[in-house]
Design a protein around this ligand. Structure first.
Ligand code: PEP
Ligand code: MG
Length: 567
């Protein structure tokens, strides 16, 4: 990508997922392990072939555990947990059965391993954005085993004596967790998203990272690059002045965030509780580290995505209690299972073939078909909260009207859950929020689905991302009536984690914001720098705009201190 004015290579743009600035030479991760050819047969000694395959899987598991232990020694317990989870994948008995069966039929060990992983891969890839992000973990385990069986170098990070920028198609947790933060100044990957392990671990390690950068792997080894993890940019061969300017901006931003602690509030003291979105107890550490005042969205289906059977009552109770106990003075908003569409659960299949799963049996609709699952979940929640000081609030996903809200509130009360609420993510519910409010105690707006349905753009279709922009005035027009319908109204979609949009949402009347934990400091800092009145003016200006881009610009004009934060 030449830069016509200077003749130097131009700026590459991806998604910034871990802030900070890093400068250094590119070092690329070793090449991919080739797929063993379809139809590869072994020589006839099935027992020897099977032993080799199972030994390779065990060696991979042991190696991953050893890497995990090394990561933990350096204080990276999140890295250790991810690596241990990968070791479990390698030791999965179902996987071993799949490998054995294929080898019995004559398939060569490497191919048998490759195919057996393929079954799990498809299940994960089709199980929604969060689980799809785990596919690269699974591929990494597979490639390590296949490489061992084919006698190829095991893929991994390069060795280097000097600090470097690590560039890869996608990074496996096994690589990122053993990296020395003193050596790696930034991560850049061609694939991955904000929920990929590269992103999560980069944030945990405090290393700047840019993911989803087209052409990343064509950067030649040794090229000096400037990576800005907040802006999401990579500049090859930067001038010294550019490096200095980027470092100064990052330092100013870090200094601004330093003071970003305590409960969320606007500059003039209007309180806006800042909460974390979590998928289970494993996410608590990041939530607490980033100062979450509680949990605003506990996506309980993430606990059960890989299950063939509903989880036991005791297991549910334990998973809920661990989260509730983390916020003894706060609140935890638990969402009942949002099965269906982008989050299919094996034990709750749709009743028939669905041409449009996003418009089909999902969320509360699915729970009404399986009331026993809803009742068991609500009862487990009530038991988990018994005797604790945490305020438990429970909400239903995909609610369309007041009748559904009333059904859910009655089910909650019956089970001993005191504070029922609903998500507002269907446009009909947003438009008639005033009819729903009397049935429940609170709303939480899911802007991810609200934007999907408002713009008729499937959120799983990457090519339609521009239509799913929550800055669209039409989406803001749907948020507005729900925010002032008479019950406390939070936002727990991704929009809440955008510092500028967070101010706009508060200006629309939203009373709390819930987001992935790393977004909390910046949102806290953005709110603390603006008055409620400025937020209201920003909201009015955004709604008066005609396009998402214009709404963003119009709002920013009323939020002058955002530039201090480098956003
Ligand atoms: C949403 O739709 O905005 C939301 C928070 O729920 P999920 O992303 O889990 O569908
Ligand atoms: Mg949703």
């Amino acid at each position: 990508m030449p830069d016509s004015e200077s003749g130097r290579a131009g700026v590459l743009r991806g998604a910034g997922v871990s802030p900070g600035v890093g400068v250094g030479p590119v070092r690329s991760v070793a090449g991919a392990v080739p797929e063993p050819p379809a139809g590869s047969r072994h020589g006839g000694d099935a027992a020897a072939e099977r032993d080799a395959a199972l030994a390779a899987l065990e060696e991979v598991a042991a190696d991953l555990e050893a890497r995990g232990a090394r990561a933990a020694e350096r204080g990276n317990t999140a890295g250790r947990d991810v690596l241990n989870a990968q070791a479990l994948m390698a030791r999965d008995p179902g996987l071993a059965d799949g490998v054995r069966a294929r080898i019995e039929e004559g398939t060569a060990a490497a191919r048998a391993v490759f195919e057996a992983f393929g079954v799990y891969r498809e299940m994960l890839a089709g199980a929604g954005e969060y689980m799809a992000a785990r596919v690269s973990d699974l591929d990494d385990v597979r490639d390590r085993a296949v490489a061992r069986l084919l006698g190829l170098p095991v893929p991994g990070v390069p060795e280097s004596d000097e600090p470097f920028v690590l560039v890869a198609r996608d990074l496996a947790p096994a690589d990122t967790a053993v990296l020395d933060p003193a050596k790696v100044v930034a991560f850049v990957t061609e694939e991955g998203g904000p929920t990929s392990h590269t992103a999560i671990l980069a944030r945990t390690m405090g290393v700047p990272a840019v993911v989803a950068l087209p052409g990343a792997t064509s950067l030649a080894d040794g090229t000096r690059v400037l990576v800005d993890g907040a802006a999401g940019t990579v500049r090859p061969e930067p001038a010294d002045a550019e490096v200095e300017a980027a470092r100064a901006a990052a330092a100013a931003r870090a200094a601004a965030l330093e003071g970003s602690t305590g409960p969320g509030a606007t500059k003039d003291g209007h309180k806006v509780p800042l909460l974390a979105n979590i998928g289970g107890p494993k996410d608590l550490e990041a939530a607490l580290a980033n100062g979450a005042e509680g949990v605003g969205l506990y996506r309980t289906e993430f606990l059960f995505l890989d299950r063939q059977e509903p989880p036991s009552d005791a297991e549910q109770e334990e998973a809920y209690r661990r989260v509730l106990e983390a916020f003894p003075q706060g609140r935890v908003v638990v969402r009942t299972l949002d099965a269906g569409a982008d989050k299919p659960l094996a034990f709750l299949p749709p009743p028939g073939e669905e041409p449009n799963p996003a418009l089909g049996e999902r969320g509360l609709r699915m729970m009404r078909r399986h009331p026993e699952v809803l009742t068991a979940q609500l009862a487990a929640l009530a038991r988990a909260a018994a005797g604790l000081t945490t305020t438990l609030q429970v909400m239903a996903p995909m609610v369309t009207d007041a009748d559904e809200a009333a059904f859910f509130a009655a089910a909650c009360r019956e089970a001993g859950v005191e504070h029922p609420g609903v998500m507002i993510e269907v446009p009909a519910a947003a438009l008639r929020a005033r009819d729903i409010a009397p049935e429940v105690e609170f709303f939480s707006i899911g802007t991810n689905d609200l934007a999907q349905y408002a713009c008729a753009a499937d959120r799983q279709v990457g090519g339609l991302a521009h239509l799913q922009d929550p800055w669209r005035p039409a989406v803001l027009d749907l948020v507005a009536p729900a925010a002032v319908a008479g019950v406390p109204c939070g936002v727990c979609g991704e929009a809440a984690g955008d510092p500028a949009l967070a101010c706009v949402l508060v200006g629309l009347g939203v009373t709390s914001l819930s987001m992935s934990a790393p977004s909390l400091p910046l949102v806290r800092a953005a709110l603390a720098r603006h008055t409620l009145d400025e937020c209201r003016r920003a909201a009015a200006a955004a709604r008066a705009a005609r396009t998402a881009g214009q709404a963003r610009e119009a709002a920013r004009a009323h939020l002058p201190a955002l530039s201090e934060l480098g956003v």
